[in-house]
Design a protein around this ligand. Structure first.
Ligand code: ACO
Length: 377
């Protein structure tokens, strides 16, 4: 029997701090007019010192689970697509798995820059459709404010922080993720990168002095690439699933730049009202932009049961890709809304459990530390 990966829950988390173009214009040589005209961005969110990629991801994931009515204990897989992981390792997904109390889940990060959410959705949906997993939580989460040079006007005006999550569950009813296409062209890797901090150029005084731990971007090159691939990826994913553009109800593009979205609309010969756009309020939140837009599209009444929706993105790598969904979920039931108020308890229990596990490791080390069986004679 055919299996489908349905989207049954969705949630987002945004820092409260709003940074407007006017505020930025006080610290770098830019203006609200320039930013709005070239990008469509008016403001973005910036994480507080206590917020991290994992904390935003955890908030979004718990909201998505509450909406799906799925207990964290039932979760089998956590994927975090991110360009700003907390560490090179451990994976941010493992931190999230621990904080939400997904005690039975496997967890890993996925790195495909701004296309990361489309990639992660493709992976999770395939693991569900093959029967390997019953469910997965797919998260896009970023604190890009931490890797931006706030003195570089060509990049600092573009990005923002946030997280969005979807819960995918197996179903025998047609719907959910119908098709995807993902691509990469590593020859364009230098157009957008974080030069230092990896194994090729480990962090050092020199890399910091040269600002190599900040985002480096050739904006015009990325712009040209983006406008080439958005329409092509949309057409490709539709062809794979056997649909045509007129059968698509909504396109939710990666929110990087209003002009890039308009260029894609023009190439597809579609009016802008077929696209969901919120780049004006959040800037480019990389992997988080598509799931945040899905949450807002649903809240705005732009997603209905049966709708066909294309998600399409591009990013560093270079990477690009699209996914075709059939929306199957209704609004969260009242019981799920009630569960939202229980999120604090879920979090507290997960925290307590994590503490107890840490403690038990310490106790084990104390008693067996030196003499413990490490496999050596
Ligand atoms: N304020 C004022 N002037 C600026 C600013 C600014 N914030 N930034 C650049 N300028 C200046 C430049 O210095 C340049 O001046 P010059 O002509 O004297 O040299 C002039 O504006 C034009 O610069 P361009 O780079 O040609 O401007 P453009 O119209 O291409 O817009 C932008 C720049 C917005 C970055 C655009 O190229 C773009 O959106 N590119 C795609 C970026 C993107 O989407 N990146 C994310 C990819 S997803 C991921 O993986 C993270």
């Amino acid at each position: 029997m055919a299996r489908y990966a349905h989207i049954t829950g969705w949630g987002m988390s945004l820092p409260a701090r709003v940074l407007t173009n006017q505020e930025l214009a006080r610290t770098v040589d830019t203006s609200d007019e320039w930013i709005v005209e070239r990008t469509g961005i008016r403001e973005r969110r910036v994480a507080s010192s206590s917020q991290t990629t994992a904390s935003l991801a955890t908030d979004a994931a718990l909201k998505a689970l509450a909406a799906a009515g799925l207990s964290p204990r039932q979760v089998q897989l956590v994927i975090v697509a991110t360009s700003t992981p907390e560490h090179i390792f451990p994976a941010t997904a493992c931190l999230v798995q621990d904080r939400i109390g997904a005690v039975s889940a496997g967890a890993f990060d996925l790195s495909a820059a701004c296309t990361g959410f489309v990639y992660a959705l493709s992976v999770a949906s395939q693991l569900i459709q093959t029967g390997a997993y019953q469910n997965a939580v797919v998260i896009g989460a970023e604190t890009l404010s931490r890797i931006i040079n706030w003195k570089d006007r060509s990049t600092c005006v573009l990005f923002g922080d946030g997280a969005g999550a979807l819960v995918l569950q197996a179903s025998s009813r047609p719907g959910g993720v119908l098709a995807f296409s993902i691509h990469s062209d590593g020859s364009g890797g230098d157009a957008l990168s974080l030069p230092a901090g990896g194994s090729r150029l480990p962090a050092s005084h020199e890399t910091v002095e040269q600002g190599l731990h900040y985002v480096s971007m050739n904006g015009r090159e990325v712009y040209r690439f983006a406008t080439r691939v958005m329409a092509a990826a949309t057409r490709e994913v539709l062809a794979k699933a056997g649909y045509v553009l007129s059968e698509v109800d909504l396109i939710i593009p990666h929110q990087a730049n209003q002009r890039i979205i308009e260029a894609a609309a023009k190439q597809l010969r579609l009016s802008m009202d077929r696209f969901f756009v919120n780049v004006d309020r959040y800037g480019n939140t990389s992997t988080a932009s598509i799931p945040i837009a899905i949450c807002e599209a649903f809240a705005a009444g732009r997603l209905h049961v049966g709708d066909r929706v294309v998600l399409v993105g591009f990013g560093a790598g270079l990477t690009w890709g699209a996914a075709l969904l059939q929306w199957v979920a209704h609004a969260p039931v009242p019981a799920a809304r009630w569960r939202l108020s229980g999120l604090f308890i879920v979090r507290a229990i997960a925290w307590l459990r994590s503490m107890l596990r840490r403690l038990s490791r310490r106790v084990e080390a104390f008693f067996f530390g030196e003499r413990g069986d490490t496999g050596h004679q």
